[in-house]
Ligand binder design. Structure first.
Ligand SMILES: [Zn+2]
Length: 335
């Protein structure tokens, strides 16, 4: 009656195992657990501050006291950890707010470390300078024949100083996101000589220059005042280069790697998973969050299912954990 190309049909019928939810659950290959999710927080000065970010509904800039409340909720939901970003009181060319022992992230780390929530959460500090520099770039600037750009080697010293001050303040993990050459080695060396041999480095090994970071720049107030980040973040077309970046970061001493963004680069996550044995995280970035939120607001996508599917996709690609602004909502859905 029908011409069919499946020569095992009708003996083989794939639908047999999809018949009901218990069968589907039994043969499910990939799992998603609240403990796989890392929730980013944006710390700002003040008290009782909870300022919603316009382009990221449901995400807030939080003063330290509010961040502690958020951490308590995150711990209760069983999340894996928090990733901390800071909005300093003032910015300058040397990114003083990043490495100051009394910087906003350092204050936050001390307060969080003192809370009961911290016992259950991994506190990860983002190591970068762009939120703290007056020009919004990820290092110190120098003028070259190609225009103004980040001066690689002098920036390493500031990044290393930032990581040490964060470890001192209580960071369980430091996560350099700047994409300077040699930063992982510089940070490892600085941590070791300051007595933090046990502090792991989660390197943003493959961070692509992406349009999907747009809303984050409002959240962290870190938009470059001029130029862009394409002379240090990776070209979105390059997979082999991403694998070289990963190899180099591991040689320099990275303990885990983070891939950013997630959805447009899941093939990179998969390639990394097949190549290296270290734990891999994927960062579902602000733009991925905001475009889903926009679609939810319009009623164009099913909120619950789209959130879980977007996270499951990253897990299936090979991510052990996912940094996501949906962490709390996803944990509630996963029950
Ligand atoms: Zn940066």
């Amino acid at each position: 009656m029908f011409k069919h190309y499946n020569h095992n049909f009708p003996e083989t019928r794939m639908r047999r195992l999809r018949r009901n939810e218990s069968l589907r659950a039994l043969v499910r290959e990939t799992t998603l657990d609240p403990g796989d999710l890392i929730y980013p927080l944006f710390l700002c000065p003040g008290k009782g501050v909870r300022r919603e970010i316009g382009s990221m509904p449901g995400v807030f800039q939080l003063s330290v006291d509010e961040a502690v409340r958020e951490a308590e909720e995150a711990a209760q939901l069983g999340l894996g950890g928090l990733l901390l970003f800071g909005l300093p009181e003032t910015k300058d060319e040397k990114a003083t707010g990043a490495w100051d022992n009394n910087g906003i992230v350092q204050q936050g780390l001390r307060a969080l470390k003192d809370s009961a929530a911290a016992q259950k959460l991994v506190l990860i500090a983002d190591v970068c300078l762009c939120e703290y520099t007056s020009h919004g770039h990820c290092g110190v600037m120098i003028e070259t024949r190609d225009g103004w750009t980040v001066d690689n080697d002098p920036s390493l010293e500031l990044l290393a100083r930032t990581a040490v001050s964060q470890a001192k303040a209580g960071a369980d993990v430091v996560a350099p996101s700047d994409m300077m050459d040699g930063r992982v080695g510089a940070i490892r060396q600085a941590l070791d000589s300051a007595g933090f041999q046990q502090t792991p480095i989660l390197s943003y090994a493959a961070k692509f220059a992406s349009a999907f970071y747009g809303p984050f720049r409002e959240a962290a107030d870190s938009a470059p005042q001029f130029g862009d980040r394409r002379s240090y973040q990776m070209d979105g077309a390059n997979l082999r280069e991403a694998l070289r970046e990963i190899d180099l970061d591991l040689e320099e001493g990275a303990d885990m790697i983070l891939m950013k963004p997630a959805m447009p680069y899941l093939d990179v996550v998969r390639a990394a998973r097949e190549r290296v044995g270290v734990p891999i995280g994927a960062y579902q970035v602000s733009g991925e969050y905001s475009m889903l939120q926009a679609a939810f607001e319009k009623g164009w996508l099913d909120h619950d299912r789209a959130i879980l599917e977007s996270l499951l996709g990253a897990r299936r690609a090979g991510a052990d954990f996912i940094v996501t602004y949906f962490a709390k909502e996803a944990a509630k859905l996963l029950g």
